[in-house]
Ligand binder design. Sequence first.
Ligand code: CJ5
Length: 301
Amino acid sequence: MHKQGASQVPSGFVSSHDVANSLQASPRQYTLENFEIGKKLGKGKFGKVYCARDKATGYVCALKVMEKKELIHYKVEKQFRREIEIQSNLRHPNILRLYGHFHDASRVFLILEYAGQGEMFKVLRKKGRFDDVLASQYICQIAAALAYLHKKHIIHRDLKPENLLIGLDGEVKLSDFGWSVHTPTSRRNTMCGTLDYLPPEMVEAKDHDNKVDLWALGVLTYEFLVGSPPFEEPAHKATYKRISKVDLKIPGFVSVEASDLIRKLLQHKPEKRFPLEQIPEHPWIMKNRPLWPKSQAEKLH
Ligand code: CJ5
């Protein structure tokens, strides 16, 4: 098993020490017996999530336990398989690792990386909004993760605070790849859930490509700095209209540099959106980078 080295990370992006981790060092057939189960972290339609520890090595991870009959009942087996297939091949400091999976008669278990500081949306709700220093750090890391995915022809498609976790060192981890798709299968989108992060081409049910993630990154930048997404409305139809018109109003307290990046990402035409590779050199990032905690900033070169 190879480790993620700094040399594999595009220059200008944040890398992280990939802990020599025992879960991947010797790939073996895991069973539930191998883990000490800790605190319950969450509960979903299909199962539960726990903090767990590999008894042999003491390595802490997250265990996602899904009921087979629920997966079958909701006809999401295919989506679930895709999540495993996609996520197990990804190695990036800002993407939550999937170390392995196993099953028993009634359940499927995913062994996932444990992000020590928990869920981004909770941190954001608690703080209200982030300052430029913190937001720029997060956005630069998310841009790095997206650039990595796009290089592998994967579109995330579901970027929002609920799908972001924070590691022990404050690093962002993209998670929940259930809805990502492999390009170039450009497909029509079926609508459900929140519209807030969807670009015009998706709310209008047109074909889309990896530029949808750039739009979502713009929405996320706004939300980090303002506390709520830019096109939020009580009714779906109103949100749809605002997205379609790019009805964007940025509050005065948002810095000129941040506003510039938000506007450049939230372009109606997908091909006009600011490219991910240029994000580390954008004035908003350049201005704030010297203020990032040392542990983050020094990983750049
Ligand atoms: O529960 C989830 N995701 C999810 C998605 C689909 C289906 C299911 C279910 F049916 F199996 F339940 C679950 N995500 C989730 C839940 C709780 C993410 C975070 C948390 N809470 C939390 N709190 C503190 C720390 C922490 N760290 C984590 N590290 N790694 C994880 C993974 C667990 C599942 C996905 C991310 C959490 N998480």
